[in-house]
Write a protein that binds this ligand. Structure first.
Ligand code: ATP
Length: 235
């Protein structure tokens, strides 16, 4: 469904992503795991059009999307849920969710249905519809960021570090939601520093080191891989 082929991305003269190739099959969760600064977020930003690759191609359902404007990429259903949530702190939960739907041109009824779906997925948000974004806990803000993404009617989700800074019990709830939306058919490209969590959630995974993919395979196989265990799973 989504394919990055020999992707290289630079910040000025610094190469952050070097010759990266991977694909995300429809309906699957694919994880990019790796340490801080490995190039994972840069890869997601390049797919969503915030950065331009210097080499390589990105295709979505066979169509080249590298070089397209971010809004045209969003219009194709590629939705980025960024690291750090980036919700609008001065808007209510409902307004944040409605912003996610700003490029849609289907009717009010369908929008309301999707709002209900987000509320069913994350009941905590349902209780806070009129509360301002800044007043939510970190976990609720992450649920809101995912909910806002869902309101855009995604075909593929680019999920950047959803567990960052959250308590284990909150992470557990959040990942139940992530698994549910995948079970409902949403394809997910997941970036996570928590390799254990990522590999237990994903179908397939790529290990990224210094801007390169060094290993890939079924997530369940990588969980048993000795080099992955040593480097990312605490031995
Ligand atoms: P993290 O989880 O910490 O964000 P990451 O794997 O997502 O790690 P990136 O954020 O993609 O890594 O960073 C890859 C490399 O690019 C790092 O060396 C980082 O310092 C560098 N980098 C990231 N953003 C910029 C920027 N705006 N300008 C210059 N260099 C950058």
């Amino acid at each position: 469904m989504l394919k990055c082929d020999s992707l290289s991305v630079y910040y000025g003269k610094t190469c952050a992503v070097h010759d990266v190739t991977f694909s995300v099959p429809e309906g699957k969760i694919v994880a990019l795991v790796g340490a801080n600064g490995a190039g994972k977020s840069t890869t997601l930003k390049t797919i969503s059009g915030l950065l331009r690759p210097s080499h390589g191609t990105i295709t979505f359902n066979g169509e080249r999307i590298d070089g397209m404007r971010p809004r045209d990429i969003v219009a194709r259903g590629i939705i980025h849920v960024p690291e750090g949530r980036r919700i609008f702190p001065g808007l209510t939960v409902r307004e944040n969710l409605e912003i996610g739907a700003c490029l849609r041109c289907d009717g009010k009824a369908s929008l309301e249905r999707d709002l209900q779906h987000v509320c069913q997925l994350f009941p905590q948000l349902a209780k806070r519809m009129n509360q301002l974004g800044w007043s939510l806990s970190g976990g609720e803000q992450q649920m809101l960021a995912i909910g806002r993404g869902l309101m855009a009617k995604p075909k593929v989700f680019l999920l950047d570090e959803p567990s960052l800074g959250l308590a284990p019990v909150v992470v557990e709830k959040l990942f139940e939601g992530i698994k549910q939306i995948n079970a409902e058919g949403l394809t997910i490209l997941l970036v996570e520093q928590n390799a254990y969590l990522a590999l237990n959630t994903a179908d397939l995974a790529y290990v990224v080191e210094n801007g390169r993919t060094v290993l890939h395979g079924a997530a369940s196989d990588l969980l048993k891989d000795e080099s992955v265990k040593r480097a990312y799973l605490g031995g």
